[in-house]
Design a binder for this molecule. Sequence first.
Ligand SMILES: Cc1cc2nc3c(=O)[nH]c(=O)nc-3n(C[C@H](O)[C@H](O)[C@H](O)COP(=O)(O)OP(=O)(O)OC[C@H]3O[C@@H](n4cnc5c(N)ncnc54)[C@H](O)[C@@H]3O)c2cc1C
Length: 383
Amino acid sequence: MTDLRFPRPPRHDAAEALRGEVRAFLADALASRRPVSRAESWNGFDRDFSRRLGQQGWLGMTWPKRYGGHERSAFERYVVVEETLAAGAPVAAHWIADRQSGPSLLKYGTEAQKEVILPGIAAGETVFCIGMSEPGSGSDLAATRTRAVPVDGGWRVTGTKLWTTGAHHADYMILFCRTSGGVESRQAGTSQLLVDLKATDGITIRPIIDLAGQHHFNEVHFEDAFIPADALIGSEGAGWEQVMSELAFERSGPERFLSSMQLLIELIGVLQGADSEAAQLAIGRLTAHLITLRRLSRGVATMLEAGENPNTHAAIVKDLGATFEQEIADIARTLVDTAPGNTATSDFLAVLGHNLVNAPSFSLRGGTREILRGIIARGLGVR
Ligand SMILES: Cc1cc2nc3c(=O)[nH]c(=O)nc-3n(C[C@H](O)[C@H](O)[C@H](O)COP(=O)(O)OP(=O)(O)OC[C@H]3O[C@@H](n4cnc5c(N)ncnc54)[C@H](O)[C@@H]3O)c2cc1C
């Protein structure tokens, strides 16, 4: 079995100095935000808030200045992501682009794509969505059927993408599709295309309403949609390697264990002063898990800063993080009497209700538990 270690994050004075600045900004920007809205953080879509983060220089933080970035460290970016999520800021208008679409373009995109697209992301203006999953091709991404047929000047794309978060708001999608071979070719013959959703005919976006009754994800149909040749990201046929790299960006951040943070805060508030050993043990245990996950996640940031591939480490953080995020709702429900006339506050009940209907998705999005454990087993050399 491979020896796997999470490197110790170094002391980073610039990042800690930034933390106070970010907290002060958030305290002001989110002053009127109710706890249940804070619990929605990931799904809170607010272009204005994202623009304000961009103006602060807190998006595209690690990218070169010539593309609108700020050439700061992965640790400083970590502080901004951690503080915005812990405070329950509405991040939906920028987080996909800042976390994975922008870094993918920086790594594989053409010079023109970088020059045109990255400054808009760093300014909090340009919204992205992820075009990976399809009907019959979620975990098994290599079974992708969406096909781009080469034509004069580009491709004609036909197929359906599913569960596409935020497609109804997005300006662009990074589309994973088949550019040669058949479904039996699996990973071979796949590519990534940069699709301008606002300027392309032949694309229909239909809402999917989730368990909570909300519209966050969509079905996106391509019907003979023309995509110009210069929309190719990286090389034709190299889509698999590129999409795996994009998923490593997707799984590596603090967002993988902070989804239930608002519920933990409300739970501690409700149990404050309760003379219950069970409550004290539960809060102590959850807090210890939170601190440990944070240490592991900062270890991933340390690897990113050193230019290392954190694939296995990120899968471990996401798997343990999703388990942690899901168990907070279960523990809260058993510790607090939620019957009418009890001590639970209305904020606690609203946040608990929000978490209970959203928690099942925590171990699906970004890769299911079984798939992550397969990646971990391979990384450890036991599979
Ligand atoms: C909130 C949310 C947001 C999402 N946003 C996006 C998005 O923006 N863009 C996008 O492209 N996708 C998105 N997804 C889709 C997500 O990536 C898929 O749901 C996920 O990859 C699983 O695919 P699936 O739903 O097709 O399930 P399946 O792949 O059909 O899996 C069903 C079950 O079978 C298990 N399973 C599958 N294969 C194996 C195997 N080989 N070994 C063991 N068990 C296996 C899975 O673990 C799972 O439990 C989102 C999903 C959610 C819940």
